[in-house]
Design a protein around this ligand. Structure first.
Ligand code: NAP
Ligand code: ZN
Ligand code: ZN
Length: 364
């Protein structure tokens, strides 16, 4: 099987391989078994047999078109770990049999200022997402990790620390880097009082990473049932965010807050917890806007910012950091056909703390 694609030099023929995947054909439809095409590895490509793939809330937002712009069929999944099965002739970093990982991006322009600085996630041309981005090789759009295998340019393939449990490492590829990057950028460390809002996939990784960076960590959760876990994950203090009295005790106390909430919530109640010059950084991406009151920001010269995943070099740095500190996600393993049920549980906050799909279940 092959497809013909236009290039700057004329046309090129791309060889294809059909692989099994799981995805959805419409925003309202459940995910189901599909077959998709992958390209045969070109000179700089790595072909990876996917062993485990994490389930990120972004997969759900995208599958259900909550951010608009989803192209169907949609095959989500951007927390990918697996084994290299073949490599192109010019690949230096990987060989067949190696463990490898792929996160939220599979390419970028590599030429703009941001790409050159290692900020490929902010590429001026737009990064190529692992799913739901234009596919410059095959002409349609990219398909993610809910699939048997994936072919990715070696520049966007990561090395996995060998001391970590492989399935529990998968969530580092999105939940890990999305929290590591802002924690590092805003210089979280010893002497800093940090708040983490929302203890789901991202939030629980943020607690572990902020603690490993040496910060004092307070968790804000809507779930009383997560109190003990929050402490076990490393939190110094835990606050029930629906309890006004508990919240008031932290007014003006925190240097930095990372908000990893997937749904509507009142951002002003958290802004009010910041000290002078404190920053609240949003990584959670709810479907609808979050209104901000001017007087949540002005009196204490506070900042309200956002952050998108992390660059490739920084993702490798985060994986190595997690290897050194023995940090992985707390996971619940599921089979591929349990993913629709897992999405419903995500909506109820009923996950401790990341679903990971055992991809062997797609093959049986
Ligand atoms: P998740 O596992 O579903 O966790 C979200 C957590 O938010 C829940 O566990 C819950 O924590 C809290 N929450 C849920 N509904 C709430 C509500 N109505 N009010 C208050 N709190 C609520 O999701 P995730 O995979 O960690 O992703 C979190 C968000 O980050 C998603 O919007 C996702 O798309 C986004 N994201 C952004 C980036 C980026 O680059 N910026 C990357 C990946 C994901 P408690 O029970 O503790 O309250
Ligand atoms: Zn994600
Ligand atoms: Zn670029």
């Amino acid at each position: 099987m092959e497809t013909v694609r236009p290039t700057a030099e004329g046309v090129t023929t791309v060889k294809l391989k059909e692989v099994r995947a799981f995805g959805t054909r419409a925003a309202e439809a459940p995910l189901e078994s599909l077959s998709i095409n992958r390209r045969k590895p070109a000179a700089h490509d790595v072909e990876i047999d996917i062993l485990y793939c994490g389930v990120c809330h972004s997969d759900l937002h995208t599958a259900r078109n909550e951010w608009h712009g989803t192209v169907y069929p949609c095959v989500p999944g951007h927390e990918i770990v697996g084994k290299v099965v073949s490599v192109g002739d010019h690949v230096k970093k990987f060989k067949a049999g190696d463990l490898a990982a792929v996160g939220c991006m599979v390419d970028s322009c590599r030429e703009c200022d941001y790409c050159k600085e290692g900020l490929e996630q902010y590429c001026e041309e737009g990064n190529t997402g692992t799913y739901n981005s234009p596919d410059s090789h095959l002409g349609s759009h990219t398909f993610g990790g809910y699939s048997e295998s994936i072919v990715v340019n070696e520049g966007f393939v990561l090395r996995v620390p060998e001391n970590l449990d492989l399935a529990a490492t998968a969530p580092l590829l999105c939940a890990g880097i999305t929290t590591y990057s802002p924690l590092k950028h805003w210089k979280v460390g010893p002497g800093k009082k940090v708040g983490i809002v929302g203890i789901g996939g991202l939030g629980h990784m943020a607690v572990k990473i902020a603690k490993a960076m040496g910060a004092n960590v307070t968790v804000f959760t809507t779930s009383q049932s997560k109190f003990e876990d929050a402490k076990r994950l490393g939190a110094d203090e835990v606050v029930l965010s629906t309890d006004k009295e508990q919240m008031n005790q932290f007014r003006g106390k925190l240097h930095f807050i990372l908000d990893a909430v997937s749904a509507q919530h009142n951002i002003n109640t958290y802004l009010n917890l910041l000290r002078v010059d404190g920053s609240l950084v949003l990584v959670g991406a709810p479907e609808h806007p979050l209104p901000v009151a001017a007087f949540s920001l002005i009196p204490y010269r506070r900042s309200f910012a956002g952050s998108l995943i992390g660059g490739i070099a920084e993702t490798q740095e985060m994986l190595d950091f997690c290897g050194k500190h023995n940090i992985v996600a707390d996971i619940e393993m599921i089979s591929m056909d349990q993913v629709n049920e897992a999405y419903e549980r995500l909506l109820k906050g009923d996950v401790k703390y990341r679903f990971v799909i055992d991809m062997a279940s797609l093959k049986t």
